[in-house]
Write a protein of this length. Structure first.
Length: 341
């Protein structure tokens, strides 16, 4: 059976979820497809407890909390989710509509498509060192699921970006010891985080180490830690109970790259009026898109979703005049939101 709808959103991360909200305000129902088995995208998959500080009116919230709040916000619009499946094909028909089919065999006939797939079919960059494969998902991990379980343990964090520094600062006083390992002494993380980390190193509450991971060493058949070559080429053994690798994501657009869209490296080019791609009726919001001045912020993605929604309305219902109404005062908006006047 083919599902006929106005819009299919590919991606259930924060931008995809907020896109549901903005479309719902315009009385446009959406189906949402995501390759993950839960909503939230890369934020909740890799960093569910990572604090986010730049969401308006929320001084701080975790990534999972943000996804939960967005799901609560879009409840009135009854979006339909198709999780654990990837959109493998997109075909435009003679009447300008699109036929989509997923890896699970779900088929859509839709007037518009919105790409909100973040970095695409992302995978964490893996630790490819001697002996590491045998310990993956046992003592070598690519996300922190349960910080409380690390109490009393010696851990190694690999990386020099925001995620590595954020978790180092978050956990330094909750575990027995942390060693932060980065291949060089320059960091990609926010300067304030680097400054705070250096202060903790000077206070000897955590250890910083520059070098390259050469392999895993074992002690009596158990995981012992990592063997690391320092800048002088000397092999150092750093003992640890757990290792967390934050080397970023390896982006892969997957089937999207084969749909004939105008690409800028691994991103989809859009205009900044409609956030429409080179194919009319296909839009892109969030980290997957590219345009002059693009900033990869959740906040920017929310802005893009708002403008894309109006463009989608115009595309789906060209005979209707697009009117801007405010949720504060509009009875129509209140009705759609289920708010009693």
């Amino acid at each position: 059976m083919t599902i006929k709808t106005d819009v299919v959103i590919i991606g259930a991360g924060p931008c995809g979820l907020f896109q549901v909200f903005e479309l719902g305000l315009l009385d446009i129902h959406a189906h949402v497809v995501d390759s993950l088995r839960q909503v939230g995208g890369q934020c909740t998959e890799l960093y569910p407890d990572k604090p986010i500080y730049d969401i308006p009116a929320l001084p701080v919230c975790g990534a999972q909390e943000l996804a939960d709040r967005l799901m609560e916000q879009i409840k009135p619009f009854n979006a339909e989710f198709h999780l654990g499946q990837t959109v493998n094909s997109l075909e435009q028909t003679d009447d300008g509509r699109f036929l989509l089919e997923t890896s699970a065999g779900t088929r859509f006939d839709t007037a518009a498509v919105i790409l909100a797939a973040g970095l695409g079919a992302f995978q964490p960059r893996r630790l490819r060192a001697k002996g590491a494969d045998a310990w993956e998902n046992r003592t070598i991990h690519y996300r922190i699921r349960n910080p409380e379980s690390l109490a009393g343990k010696d851990i190694i964090i690999l990386g020099g970006g925001d995620s590595a520094l954020d978790w180092t600062l978050e956990l330094h006083n909750k575990v027995r010891s942390i060693t932060l390992v980065h291949r060089r002494d320059e960091y990609r993380a926010q300067p304030a985080s680097v400054k705070q980390m250096k202060a903790l190193v000077n206070a000897k509450t955590l250890r910083e180490f520059q070098g390259h991971v050469r392999g895993v060493f074992e002690q009596d058949g158990a995981f012992g830690g990592l063997e690391i070559a320092d800048p002088q080429g000397q092999q150092q053994h750093i003992e640890a109970d757990e290792v967390f690798v934050f080397w970023g994501l390896s982006p892969n657009l997957g089937p999207i790259a084969e749909w004939g869209l105008d690409l800028d490296k691994r991103q989809v080019r859009v205009d900044t009026e409609k956030f429409q791609t080179s194919i009319p009726g296909v839009f892109a919001v969030g980290d997957i898109n590219s345009y002059p001045g693009k900033k990869k912020l959740i906040l920017s993605g929310f802005h893009e979703a708002a403008l894309a929604a109006f463009a989608v309305q115009q595309h789906v219902h060209p005979e209707q005049k697009v009117r801007l109404q405010y949720t504060t005062t509009s009875p129509i908006m209140h009705k759609r939101l289920g708010v009693e006047d």
